[in-house]
Design a protein around this ligand. Sequence first.
Ligand code: ASP
Length: 354
Amino acid sequence: MTEQIRMPRVTVFSLGGTIASTSDAGAEDGGVAPRLGAAELVQAVPRLRETAELESVAFRQAPSPDLTVADISELAAEIDERFADGVDGVVITQGTDTIEETSFALDLLVRGPQPVVVTGAMRNPTLAGPDGSANLLAAVQVAVTPEAAGLGALVVLNDEIHAARFVRKTHTTNPATFRSVTAGPIGWVTEGRPRIGLRPAPPRRDDLPRSGTGSFPAVALLTCALGDDLRLVGELDRLGYAGLVIEAFGGGHVPGHAVPMLAEVAARMPVVLASRTGGGELLRETYGFPGSERDLLSRGLIPAGFLDGPKARILLSLLLAGPADPVADLAAVRIAFQRFLGSTFSFGQHSRSR
Ligand code: ASP
């Protein structure tokens, strides 16, 4: 008796970006903008039909800087619905400018273990050597791979597989722009075969809201720069911000004179301390000068661990969604950051809670 082999089912959600950008045939030299939807992107890559049974959903049509956390929360809810309906994996095509944030939000929000793969393109379809079709094909190949399940959201471009929580865009134009500076890529795709070399622990999601529509309070992200006195920090309440991520110098340092102001704000709203370097983990116990990581953490700032500023801001935004209770929020955010960071590493249970 011959058994019918079922093709894996994959839903492709398009959100816009360079991968979907073409020029307006009527306009002269107006630059490219997102115009293609998921169905057109899928149709342009015939080999996809040999890989999966595909459903195409044009979810948004935007340059990725226009996307919001609320958009991604809504997308996460749609993804979980598809998984409940038997879809084996999903691929999201979007602009590369914000993939490091949207993929991390999906990492935190999507409940199903099935593969969630985000991709895009650095060269739009009007240029020589556009990379969109190759990236889309590789992304679908990863999405149908059972070994890609249970890893959290993944980012696939340039034949590399990255965990959403580690990856960053590092170059304005190079197709090899996506890099996981601290941890390295977790796998690759060769001749259409995805290889998962490393398996990060699934992210801990129990402190986070369910996906769907919701309100996400404003969270500021400020980067330290030489000679800046950080006076913007004093304006956050007036501007209606509910939290702050500060991207500090090096291992977690700010000018000494900014410490009292940061400590005062940290008593009222969550202030997360990240590094502006883009690689490595925040220090916790090395430097003892005013404005050092030890000083700031002893005054109530919350360590971002290995998360860079934009990713720490995504985690904080999701933690602050829902009814506001400033006092409970402060304690809950601190614990949730600790739990998230601890759950990412197998040595999270170390006796000294490192
Ligand atoms: N340059 C961007 C891209 O790669 C534009 C965007 O993020 O929408 O798609």
